[in-house]
Design a protein around this ligand. Sequence first.
Ligand SMILES: [Zn+2]
Length: 228
Amino acid sequence: MTRPVASSAQVLAQAHGALTKEQRDRLTPAQVLDELRKGNERFRAGAMVSRDYRAQQRSSAAAQFPACVTLGCVDSRVPAEVIFDVGIGDMFSARIAGNIVNDDLLGSLEFACAVAGAKVIVLFGHTACGAVKGAIDDVEMGNLTGLLARIKPAITATKSSGKASSKDDAYVDAVARTNVLLGLDGIRRRSPILADLEKKGALLIVGGMYDLSTGTLDFLAEAPVSEP
Ligand SMILES: [Zn+2]
């Protein structure tokens, strides 16, 4: 079966079939990032592509050639495929509370990029993140305690003009943003494989913040932040 060859500027917006190897390999990391930006614009405009998921499931069953990998929070309101408007087989999607970066997630990102060929990593946090609030409040509960501890460096590194409280929405979002920046630093520092791909221009590693109230994913302009 042949299908129309979409231009490189719209292959993540196709209604039928998942990305082919040829389509994915033709894209530069910058083009992939641009497509993600456009996907979020479509989502915000309510102009999502109407996809035939069964066709995408069938066309991707034998092999996958995703163009990117996202690492976001488990929050029910931040499903990456939906907010970036991409279909089955086009994106690796890793999720963990507070979008923290640990060794197993680094391994997942290395698999996605160095083995399976993804060209962009989007590490994104979101507004009003419950995990960030829990870390600020020093919540201790079972295995959550250890996970929240990984967010604490972002609290230390975030300046507060007020009470540094989980009830201060702006502060919570500022910590979430710092958490993303520290996560990007962690990816580059702790994964020589990914840092090397980025240096070679084969990979873009970018951060983002998703606004629950507007549906907007803002890609972060990075200022250097390192773990205190
Ligand atoms: Zn969250």
